[in-house]
Design a protein. Sequence first.
Length: 295
Amino acid sequence: MDSPDDASAPMGNHCNNTFSLHERNRLLLGMGVPGLCSALCCIVALAMVVPLRLYKLFVYRLATYQVLGSLFQAFSMSAVLMLWNFNENLVYYRVTCKVTAFLLQYSIWVKMMFTIQLTFHLFCYVVFFKNFKHLEKLYITLSVAFPLLLACVPFTNDTYRIAGAWCYISSWESDCSTVKVEAGIIEEFVLYYGPVTLFLGLNVVAIFIMIVVLLYRAHKYRSSDRESLLAGRDKRKEVLKQLLPLIVYPIIYFTFLLFPLANRISVAASKTTNYNLMMVHGVTISSLGFFAGLA
């Protein structure tokens, strides 16, 4: 019989999770350490907002919300380190598992909502010259309240459990179980992977349309349009110059989502968890805040 302290032994006699304790801890490091670095980068970026008074301009506040969302997500990613040497038989780990899973779900959705609303704002201005900055308070309210409601749903079915190396919505009865939980399967799709796939597609379409519209306006102005647009065009150009750099945030965010999505598709197709894909999943999604802070 294997010793329970053997780091190379699987976590049970028959587990859907094929990782040894040592592999699981390395995966936690792969998510937690980049999460800490991302959080530090976001804190440095936010520290520049007050002295430079960037918060006074709406366009910089939009960027600040992105960094705040990234900081919250990075903090949640780093919190998985509390699952080191996870043992679901101990009360500490069971409670910590649910807390970290809730923080992951909540922070991921907060970041997603801020990014979706940023893309919406950019799209409306670039394509229709509609500036919805008066909706700023609504942006904030939706980005905080709506994810909180979604993050509470798994508590109703007790589906926040160990899921691979860290805790999240699990479709298995326990860490070492052959019993599937239908509620977990539905919640995984409805509360995360379904919306991510939908928003990823819409984001790509929106960015493509914005690029096409900008190229069209740059090279295809008709002479009859010049006089009618002359009065308002300078102001529009100035706003566009301020807003367009923000497009880097949705591009970075949804690019980094491709790796977790690929990992999930792989798990669904093969019915097994791939260590290398899990590591890439953890490192990339937790590194998002680092690039958001730099941007």
